[in-house]
Design a protein around this ligand. Structure first.
Ligand SMILES: *[C@@H]1O[C@H](CO)[C@@H](O)[C@H](O)[C@H]1NC(C)=O
Ligand SMILES: *[C@@H]1O[C@H](CO)[C@@H](O)[C@H](O)[C@H]1NC(C)=O
Ligand SMILES: *[C@@H]1O[C@H](CO)[C@@H](O)[C@H](O)[C@H]1NC(C)=O
Length: 351
């Protein structure tokens, strides 16, 4: 046989023979491999490894879909606003600019203003937000605790944003809001209308409305839908709230620095927040909601409240959020505070 081949290819040198032999060996090995794989296929299907092949091919099929995902037009932002943190001012801007910027704003109205969704509502909310394409891009807002979309077989989670406020300021604001309302809807009769007791008097008399336990709100809003989140004083809840704040939220601002919050949003997500900065500065509507007849608490009230464990924990979360926000805000302009930070790619290889 070799002699025949020699006759057919008379000019082949030893080097060529070596290459030829290697090709033959590799081909045989490859054919054998395929045969073996076929032979073992029924067996391998029964084992865990058997799924490998289909997993690979389905992954390959999914890659184009992921790349085609339109992050601008599919943008969904969820703002699970905490009551009395200045959220109405922010949401007003969103309503003013939604037509011009071509996005939708939707209020999440839950029975009796409840902050925790029932299990059936959790899944329908998550599926509805994810698949309601006519509404995208969208900003959803509501007084709802953080809901982790990753538990619901969802491919693309929404972007969460929020605002936090100094816990005592928030409580005092809420206290007077229930009694006197605000200039936003001045004629609406509030729950505690007619009650003239000041916050200071309430603290002295140890009435339930100014109980520090009422401050347990920002922690559970960030902590989420777990039972432990709603246990006033829970260390686990505080830890979870901080974890979610940095890992699950795109941006958390502070009421005291609303302009900077709006600024960061406009720079990062212009598809929705384009023009918010200017509107916030120039429109009188955005500053509209001011709780009427609000008296600042006395020094002794502040001291009493600050001795409570709930205030200390809520303040811990506030300080944590503030530190994170200021860190993020400063990174925009550092190191010289004059120019926006730039980034680019270089040394791209191979050419
Ligand atoms: C939520 O819906 C209920 C029932 O339709 C309505 O009475 C209530 O005013 C709504 N809440 C808000 C904040 O719009
Ligand atoms: C989402 O819910 C709204 C209100 O119930 C409904 O009109 C809409 O069709 C739902 N969208 C999807 C995609 O399920
Ligand atoms: C506030 O805005 C409204 C509507 O844009 C305008 O008519 C009104 O003059 C403004 N008021 C002030 C004090 O700027």
């Amino acid at each position: 046989m070799f002699k025949k081949l020699r006759k057919m290819l008379p000019v082949m040198r030893p080097g060529h023979w070596l290459v030829f032999a290697v090709i033959v060996v590799v081909t045989c090995y490859w054919l054998l491999e395929i045969r073996l794989e076929h032979a073992f296929k029924p067996l391998s299907k029964l084992t865990d490894n058997g799924g490998k092949e289909t997993e690979h091919s389905s992954l390959a099929r999914n890659i184009p879909t992921l790349d085609n995902f339109d992050y601008e037009d599919q943008l969904v932002v969820v703002y699970n606003r905490v009551p009395k943190t200045g959220s109405t001012s922010f949401v007003n801007i969103a309503y003013d600019l939604c037509k011009q910027n071509r996005y939708h704003v939707l209020h999440i109205n839950v029975t009796a203003n409840m902050h925790v969704l029932s299990l059936p509502n959790q899944i329908s909310f998550v599926r509805n937000v994810t698949t309601w394409h006519e509404m995208k891009p969208a900003l959803y807002h509501g007084h709802m605790a953080f809901l982790d979309f990753s538990k619901f077989q969802i491919a693309h989670k929404p972007i969460y944003i929020n605002l936090v406020r100094k816990p005592l300021d928030r409580l005092v604001s809420y206290y007077y809001f229930l009694r006197y309302g605000d200039n936003y809807r001045p004629n609406l009769v509030r729950k505690k209308a007619g009650n003239k007791i000041t916050f200071d008097e309430c603290v002295v008399q140890k009435q339930p409305d100014c109980d520090p336990r009422n401050m347990w709100l920002q922690i559970p809003f960030f902590c989420g839908h777990a039972a432990e989140c709603w246990e006033p004083g829970s260390d686990w809840a505080l830890k979870q709230a901080k974890h979610n704040l940095v890992n699950e939220y795109f941006l958390v601002g502070v009421t005291e620095q609303m302009y900077e919050f709006v600024d960061l949003l406009e720079r990062s997500l212009p598809r929705i927040f384009q023009g918010f900065r200017e509107h916030y500065q120039n429109s009188n509507k955005s500053h509209l909601r001011v709780t009427s007849s609000k008296l600042p608490p006395s020094e002794s009230t502040i001291q009493t409240i600050q001795r409570s464990k709930i205030w200390q924990m809520e303040n811990d979360l506030y300080e944590f959020a503030l530190e994170q926000f200021e860190f993020t805000r400063k990174k925009l302009m550092q190191p010289d505070n004059k120019h926006l930070q730039q980034f680019m790619y270089e040394k791209i290889r191979p050419k």
